[in-house]
Every structure is written in C-alpha cells, then in structure tokens.
Design a protein around this ligand. Sequence first.
Ligand SMILES: *Cc1c(COP(=O)(O)O)cnc(C)c1O
Length: 309
Amino acid sequence: MPPCNALIEKTFSHLPETPLSYLTTIKGVRVWVKRDDLNHPTISGNKLHKLKYNLLAAWQSQQAVISFGGAYSNHIAALATAGQLFDLITVGIIRGEELHDKTRWSPVLRRAESDGMQLHFVSRDAYRNKTNDAHIQAIIRHYPHAAVIPEGGSNSLAVNGVAECIKALKSQCHAVPTFDPQHTALFSACGTGGTLAGFIEGLYQFDFPIRIVGINVLNNDAQLQTQITQLARHHPAVNWQLINQYTFGGYAKTPPELQRFVTDIQRQFALPLEPIYTGKLVYAVFDLLNQHALPNLHDAIIYHSGGLR
Ligand SMILES: *Cc1c(COP(=O)(O)O)cnc(C)c1O
C-alpha cells in the first residue's frame, strides 16, 4: 500500500466524533444540530465524507483527480486541500472564461491554486455540455490516468462515504432520553443530492428507521429528485422526501430576509451558518416546525454540512 493511502485511511479513522448538540424546542419538537462542520480543520463538512473513497480510489492507481465547479464551489475547495494533504495531483475545470483574469478570482480559487490545484477556465456553454464539449474533453485527455469526479463530488463512491456517517449518528441518537426513531427526522441541505443519497443509503445499511428530509437550495427540483433516486440504491426502503419551497430564488441567492435570519441564529445560539446551504436549511426547519408541517415529530436533527469560511 503506498504511504499516502495509509495517510488517507488514518485521517478518516481518526476523525473526531462530532457533537449532536441540542439547539432549542419549537412547538414541542426538540431541535438538534449534528455539527459535522467540526469534523476536520481544513476540509470541513459533508465534502470530506464525499471525497473519502474517491481519494482512496485515486491513490490505488496513483491517479490525478479532475473535477468541476464554479468559482465558489466548496467541493473544489475541499478537493484542492485534499490534494495538498495527500499528495495527489488535482485539476479543477472551472465555470467562467472571464476567470482567466486573476484579479477576478474568488477566495476559493486563490486558495485552490495555492493548494496546488491546476485550474482550467471554460465558457458557460462548454461547462453546461461538459460530457461532450471538445475543449473540456481535450483537457481531460491531457491527464490520461486521471479519475474524473462529477460536479459537487456526487458519485457512488461519495454515497458510500456519506453513508458511514449514519453509524455514529445512530448511537448518538440512542443516547438521547426518550428518543424514538419513528418520531425523528434528519434534515439536510441538497445541492447535487449526493449527500442526501448517502444518508438514505446509510439509514438502510445501519437499519436506522428515521425519516429524512432534503431541503433543496437550487431551482432544480426534477433533476435533483432523479439524481437522488439514481444514486441511492435502496431509496424505496427509506422514508425520504425533498422540499423545494426554500430555495430563496436559487443557488447562491441570499435575499435580506435570509441574511437577517442567519445573523439572528448566530447571535441567539452561537451557531455559525452560511446563507447558501445551512442558512436555508435551518430557516426551512424552523419554518416547517412553526407551521406544524411535519406531524408526529418529536426530534428534528439538522445536519450541519460545513461550508463556513
Ligand atoms: C455541497 C454542500 C451541500 C450540498 O451537498 P450535495 O451533496 O451537493 O447535495 C450542502 N452543504 C454544504 C455546506 C455544501 O458545501
């Protein structure tokens, strides 16, 4: 086994057990936060779990890893940092030709470059047709042994990594007084759906019959539903649903009402949030509980997927 493979294994086997913290009670429902933003100092949150088996697979054949994202992608940031930590070549194919101009770089891109990621900027048209686009295919051919990971890191290896998180969550829940899986729901923010698919698989694998609710943060209802259905092999056996009414206009749209909510939550509960994923998630959970929209619920668990900078 190459030494870095052992380093990846060791990193993942030494991750701390992140807290399941009580937050508040809303209309009789206890609200908890699973603080996976605290799982790693530099690759925090769900992206770490999504990368685990992708990194191991890449190391097995000493490959480079190629992936896709926008200028603010948490997946690109996580992959670049992982490449730096585990000595892998990483390549980012980034949406937006205007980013050839370095003065327009986001903090994610500056950090990715300093972590050693090789960046290629492509037009929005090319990005949209990434599987057929000649320019993008030429970039990929340039790295003949590279593993290609889809946008957001959502593939079946990511599902396997996220599914493992359910094991620890299950034992933490069983330590909560009067906990009953039949009256518990896990809430998670959905972008590309890989994380939700991983949780669905994990609930099945670890025989943990709580329900799961995905809060869509993008305007992509039909596509997201399909993607989750394809990625989660055992989805018919799990009680899951997607809620699409808290997108706040779409990805990265953060109207003042949402920003005020995020600031209020940080002030009231000392819970760090960002408006793109976890802000919309917590807003949705509070709103759904206040409206009694989820009958028979005793405990609501919010999955904190990180994304803080
Ligand atoms: C990427 C991301 C998500 C969404 O994960 P998907 O697997 O793409 O659905 C949620 N929260 C944060 C903080 C993220 O960075």
